[in-house]
Every structure is written in structure tokens, then in C-alpha cells.
Design a protein around this ligand. Structure first.
Ligand code: FRU
Length: 488
């Protein structure tokens, strides 16, 4: 580990690291004292999390499950962690919902999946690894969704269909249509590209392969040995109706391509292509909230090295809930869930703040590590406009039609083209080391900022290559979701 890396660690983690290269488990007090640990995002009290799994609103409560390693802040021995909420905002941790079972089809990991209600019984459909991937189910023993039973019929799909040289076979997304169950499953074909397989079942136990739901083409430029990084394998498909259309997204090549189109004769055809989020965000999954809104959750990844993650004692954060829609022009609409407004604390408002060229302008009195910011810019003749928050710039470039947070780039999005004279609206949540941004309700970008203790948390308005104006600006302090930062 380099000295520079050590210096950017929180004090508790740096101590743990220097005392022992394989850090001892941190105490709850040490974890709670970590200034980089988010205050209003969901994450396990300690250790590693990745994908959100099986989010469901059941009997008046939101249940969130997620890929969890109880052995430390690194990926491995995947379990399903569990948290409960009455509003999708304030969470309480529950005991682990599912652990790998020795000798069985998920002995090497309980991988990602979904939760559906079958004849009144919440049922997980997930991937077991043995290490071969197969699809399995588990049924809830009671309405608190704490304890799950694996039926003798597992695995319900033991292997990929004949004739497909599959690069992977995992992460079922299941829904019901006309009394039949359907499953979209992440896969790909060697040398061809990622694909989503479509299955059908009368009862979640007997499954028939129908054919590919949607296929990608391998980018000839794509390099590396890893089939997911190369785009030859698509993980975590999500498929659901939205308005008059259907939406499909997958996770591959470190990002989250999304298509809007039509589902007909068991095939999906795309009419619009974009992304859910091209920043530190992966493996999104959706659910319906109590009002029928389509809410998407994603895994916010760390952007620091694995030693720093192990030393901190935690890694990975659940994104804030975002509501999806199809806009009038057929593109994706995305906005933070209105439930988050319940976290708003002290409010400050400004209008008509001039932003000089190339000289960040402090927004008077607006500083902190837990903030919600709503800014409407008039770009003037500037090329880039935005805010600096947690020491990190969040900028939209007019010439590049690009939004960025520090180094996270949103380049491929054909959806954010703000003309001069038109307002640009940024909605930002900043939480200690997490920055989530939604621009104009059209595209989202997540970034990380690991500030050192004592760094400035002042918010600045920025205009590069010309001057600009903040037409309006509202800042809220955001209240923490638990008193000890550990969501217990
Ligand atoms: C995506 C993923 C899934 C898999 C899980 C394992 O991040 O690789 O494909 O089910 O994570 O933790």
C-alpha cells in the first residue's frame, strides 16, 4: 500500500491498517466514526455489499435484499443481506436472509435474483453457484421475510439451453403475464455477444426455454479476458412494462445500458437506447412502490483500492431510490423518489447568482457533507457550468454534451443536449463520499469523493470558458437516517 493511499483513509481505518496489514474487524464505534461513511444511504453495518436483490413492498413494508459478504469488505461467499423500511428511506437491518448451503446447488454463493409473490407467498428466484450457475427458488416462511425455505425441486433450471455456448447464466428477473410466469436471464454467447434468455413457467418450478429476448453484438474493440468486461456476458437483466412501452436494461462493461421498446411475440425490439447511470453504479433492479411507481435501485461501487476498502471495514452503498418514466419523446425519464423529501432539514434559497468565468463562486453559507441541492443554471456564454460539492466538480459541458462528476463521465447519453438559453437543472444528493446527480430529469450519474478530514465542504458555483448565472438555487441539509450511522 502506498503512503498516499494511507493518507486518504479515514483515521480509524488507517490505524487498523498500520497496526495489522490484514485489518482486524472494526468495532461498531470505529465504523460509525468514519467520516466517509454515508449518513442517509443504506449500507450494511460492516463488510461488503454489491447488487440490490429482490426489492419488494410486502404487507406495508419495503424489504431490500442485497449481495453481502459477512467475512469482510471484499467480494466472496455471497449471502443475501436484508433490510426493512416503512418508507424506502429509513432502514433497519435484519439478519441475513440466505446463506450458501454446504453440499447444495448454492454452496459457493447465493447470487443475484428477484422476489415475486406466487399464490400469496413471496418467493425468491435467484442463481445458485456450485460453481456452475443454476436457477433456484426459495419461499418465505412468514410475512417478516426473515426466513426462507428451499424446495426439493431446486435447481429449477439446471443448465443453459442446448445449442448455446453460454458465457454465463444468472440473475433471473421474473414477472407474471396472463397466468404464466416469465423469466429474463442474463447470459451471452461466446464470440457473439451478450444476450437475455426468455423462459416461461406455469408455476415457477417447471421452466421452458422460449428463445432470446434480446441480443447484443460484441464490440470488436472490446478487450480483456473477462467476458462481462468485454460485453460478451450481460448480467442482471431487468425487464418491465413502463407506460405504453417495455424497458430492458442489463449490466455489462462496467455500466448499465438501457433500451425502451416493444415486447411482441416473445421478442423485445428497441426504439431508444441510453443508460440508467454511467458512473459508479451497477446492477440496478426495479420494484413498484406503494403508489405503483417504478423505482430503480443500484449498487454504488467504491472508487478506492481494495486495501482501502478492507481497511475501512465496509464497501458498497445502495443508491437512493429513483423513479423511472417514459418521456413524451420516447426517452427515459428519471427522478429521485419523492419519499426522499422527508429527509429535508434546514433550507437556503438564492436567485440570480452571477458566476464569473473560471473562478468558482462560493454559495454563501452552503456547506456540509449531507446535502440536497437543486440548481437551475443559465449557461450564458460558458462552456461548462455546475457545482463543486464535497470538493468534487459536477459539471455539464455544452460543447461535449456531457455531464461529469470528477472523472465519472456520461458521454454516450444522447439525452442531455441543453441549448443555450435553455435552463439546465441539476438535482444533487451529496452524502459524505457519495454524489448522485440527476440532470433535467433525463439522466443520472453517480460519483464518489473521498475527502480527507479537514477538507473544505463549501459548495461553489462554477462557470468555465465564460460566465453564467444560477437562476435559482435551493440547498437543504439532509437528516441522517439513523442516530449512529449504522442503520441499526
Ligand atoms: C453483478 C454480479 C451478478 C452476480 C453477483 C454476484 O455484480 O456479478 O451477475 O449474480 O454480482 O455477487
Amino acid at each position: 500500500m502506498k503512503r498516499r493511499d494511507l493518507l486518504t483513509l479515514p483515521a480509524t481505518a488507517a490505524l487498523a491498517f498500520s497496526a495489522n496489514p490484514k485489518p482486524a474487524k472494526l468495532t461498531p464505534g470505529q465504523l460509525a466514526a468514519d467520516p466517509q461513511r454515508p449518513k442517509f444511504h443504506l449500507l450494511p453495518a460492516a463488510n461488503w455489499m454489491n447488487d440490490p436483490n429482490g426489492p419488494i413492498y410486502w404487507k406495508g413494508r419495503y424489504h431490500m435484499f442485497y449481495q453481502y459478504n459477512p467475512n469482510g469488505a471484499f467480494w466472496g461467499t455471497m449471502h443475501w443481506g436484508h433490510a426493512v423500511s416503512s418508507d424506502m428511506v429509513h432502514w433497519r437491518h435484519m439478519p441475513v436472509a440466505m446463506a450458501p448451503q454446504p453440499g447444495l446447488y448454492d454452496k459457493e454463493g447465493v447470487f443475484s435474483g428477484c422476489c415475486v409473490v406466487n399464490e400469496g407467498v413471496p418467493t425468491f428466484v435467484y442463481t445458485g453457484t456450485r460453481p456452475e450457475e443454476s436457477q433456484c427458488i426459495a419461499t418465505a416462511r412468514a410475512d417478516d421475510l426473515r426466513s426462507w425455505k428451499r424446495p426439493a425441486s431446486n435447481p429449477v433450471i439446471a443448465a443453459p439451453p442446448e445449442g448455446i455456448d453460454a458465457t454465463g447464466f444468472r440473475d433471473p428477473c421474473v414477472w407474471k403475464q396472463n397466468d404464466q410466469w416469465f423469466m429474463a436471464l442474463g447470459s451471452g454467447q461466446k464470440g457473439v455477444g451478450g444476450m437475455v434468455l426468455l423462459y416461461q413457467s406455469p408455476d415457477l418450478t417447471k421452466w421452458n426455454y422460449i428463445g432470446p429476448l434480446f441480443e447484443g453484438k460484441l464490440d470488436p474493440e472490446a478487450k480483456g479476458n473477462n467476458v462481462v468486461a468485454r460485453g460478451e456476458m450481460w448480467e442482471c437483466p431487468s425487464f418491465f412494462p413502463l407506460g405504453e412501452k417495455h424497458v430492458l436494461f442489463v449490466s455489462t462493461r462496467g455500466t448499465t445500458p438501457c433500451w425502451i421498446g416493444t415486447f411482441k411475440d416473445n421478442r423485445f425490439s428497441a426504439e431508444w437506447e441510453g443508460s440508467i447511470d454511467t458512473g459508479s453504479y451497477y446492477a440496478p433492479i426495479t420494484q413498484l412502490d406503494d403508489r405503483g411507481r417504478r423505482v430503480v435501485w443500484g449498487w454504488i461501487q467504491e472508487q478506492r483500492n481494495s486495501e482501502a476498502q478492507r481497511a475501512a471495514g465496509w464497501s458498497g452503498v445502495m443508491s437512493l431510490p429513483r423513479v423511472l418514466s417514459v418521456r413524451q419523446d420516447g426517452s427515459l425519464g428519471i427522478n429521485f423518489a419523492p419519499q426522499l423529501r422527508s429527509l429535508r432539514g434546514k433550507r437556503q434559497e438564492f436567485v440570480g447568482l452571477f458566476i464569473p468565468e473560471d473562478k468558482p463562486e462560493p454559495v454563501p453559507g452552503v456547506a456540509g457533507d449531507a446535502l440536497e441541492l437543486l440548481a437551475t443554471f443559465d449557461m450564458g456564454d460558458a462552456d461548462e457550468v455546475g457545482l463543486q460539492v464535497l470538493g468534487t466538480p459536477v459539471l455539464y459541458s455544452h460543447s461535449r454534451k456531457r455531464l461529469r462528476i470528477g472523472t465519472a463521465r456520461l458521454e454516450q447519453n444522447n439525452n442531455l443536449q441543453v441549448q443555450r438559453g435553455e435552463p439546465l437543472r441539476l438535482h444533487i444528493y451529496a452524502d459524505c463520499s457519495v454524489i448522485e446527480v440527476i440532470a433535467d430529469g433525463k439522466c443520472a450519474l453517480t460519483g464518489r469523493s473521498y475527502q480527507a478530514p479537514g477538507d473544505s465542504q463549501q459548495v461553489y458555483a462554477i462557470a468555465n470558458g465564460g460566465s453564467a448565472k444560477l437562476r435559482s438555487f435551493t440547498a437543504y441539509e439532509v437528516r441522517p437516517i439513523s442516530s449512529d450511522r449504522l442503520t441499526t
